[in-house]
Design a protein around this ligand. Sequence first.
Ligand code: GLU
Length: 486
Amino acid sequence: MTKIRTRYAPSPTGRMHVGNLRSALYEFLIAKHDGGDFMLRIEDTDQERFVEEAVDIIYRTLEKTGLVHDEGPDKDGGYGPYVQSERMKTGIYMKYAKELIDKGEAYYCFCDKERLATLKTEVVEGKEISIYDKHCLSLSKEEVEANLAAGKPFVIRQNIPNEGTTTFHDELYGDITVENAELDDMILIKSDGYPTYNFANVVDDHTMNITHVVRGNEYLSSSPKYQRLYDAFGWQSPVYIHLPLITDENHKKLSKRSGHSSFEDLLEQGFVTEAVVNYIALLGWSPEDNREIFTLDELIKEFDYHRISKSPAVFDIVKLKWMNGEYIKAMDFDAFYEMAEPYLKAALKKDFDLKKIANMVKTRIEVFPDIAEHVDFFEELPEYSVEMYTHKKMKTNSETSLQVLKDMLPILEAQEDYSNDGLYQTLVKYVEEKGVKNGYVMWPIRTAVSGKQMTPAGATEIMEVLGKEESLRRIRKGIELLEQSV
Ligand code: GLU
C-alpha cells in the first residue's frame, strides 16, 4: 500500500480562518491515523495578496495546535522546495505547461487587456469573470513563435473543449459530472510568469506524491478543471474531500464580522487552544458514539474520514464556550494560572492573593474574560439592595441578618486568625450556640462582604482574601444598610 501523504497548503493572505484550520487538522489526522506524512506547502503564487506576517501565523498556529508537519519549508523531506514561489524558480510549472501545449491541452494566449475587456462575462460565485473565446487557439505555430520572439506578453491557458463532459470524484459528494462548455479556459501561467494557484496546486500535489486533499467546498467548482489536468498528464488524482461550509448560527458563511472567524480571534477571546482544536474537529466530523471531548492523540486514533458529513457545519459559539469550560476545569492549576493571571490583574488592582482567587473561579468560567464578572467585588464592594439579605431557604431576612451581623461584628473584631479555617470555626461556633442552620449565618455574612447574590466562594474564603480590615468595613456597612431599612 502507498504511504498516505497529505498536505496543508495555505495561501498566506491573513489570519488563519477556522475553515483553514479545520482543513489542516483533517489533513493531519488522515495522515497520522495511518502513520502517514503531513506536509506544509506555502502557496504564495498570488503575489498581490501575499502577506509576510501570514506566514508566521501559519507556523505559529501549527505549532500551538500540535499539528506538527513532517515536511515543509523548514523541514526538508526530499520533495522541496515547499514554497511555490521557490518552486517556480526551478522552472517546474513552465515545464509542465509546455508539456500540455505539446499535447494540445493548453495554448499560448497573447490577447491584451483591451481585447479581454470586450469578452462576454459571467458571474461565477459572486465574481464576474470573462469567458475566453479561444481566440488564440487558432494561432499557427509560426505566429506563436514570432510573438514569443518579439517578447509579446502572454499567458498559457488550459484548452477545454466545448463539447462533452468531465467527471470527477469526491469522497463526500460522489461522482460529479459537468458540461465542458461550462468550464472556462483558465489561465495556467500568468503574464508575470507565475503559475495560477489552480495549476500549481495540481502539479505540486502530483509531484509531491500527495494521496489525500482536504479543502473547503468553495473549490468544488474548480475540480473538474483539475481533473482534466490530471487526465491530460496521465496522472492519478488524489482522493478529494471537499468539506462543507462552516456557517454561523444564522446559517450565513462564517465571516470576519462574527468576531470569531480566525484561530487568533478565538485565542484573544480567551479560548484554550486544545478546546478550539477539539471543537473544530467536530465541525463536519463525528465519531461513532456521541463522545465530544477528545485530545489530539485521541482524535488521531478515532478519526475516520469516511465519517465526515457534507451537511453544513454550524459554528456554535455557545457549544464552544461549554467545551472550553470543560477544558479549563481539567487544566492543571499552574497552566490555568498562567492564562488567568492577566485577566485577574486587569480586574484587580489591589494587593490580593491572586492564586487563591484563581482557584475560586477555575470551575466557574467558560472563557477567561468571564473572570472579571466573578471577581470584581473583591476590588470594590458593589452597591447592593438590602433585599439580598432575604433568602427563603436560608430562612433569613433583614431582621435576622442585622442580628447576625451585629452579633458577629465584635467576635470578628477580636479574631486574629483570618484564615478560611479559622473564620469558619468561629462562624460555626456561633451557629451551634444559636442552634440555627449554617446558611442562617453564612448568607448574611457572605452578602455583606461581597454585595453579590452569586460569588465564586463562600463567606469565609472571601474574607480570607479580603483580610480583616476590609472584611470588617464591609460588615459594618451591611449593618448600616440594614439599620436604615428595618
Ligand atoms: N491555497 C489554498 C487555500 O489556502 C489551498 C486549497 C487547497 O488545499 O487545495 O485556500
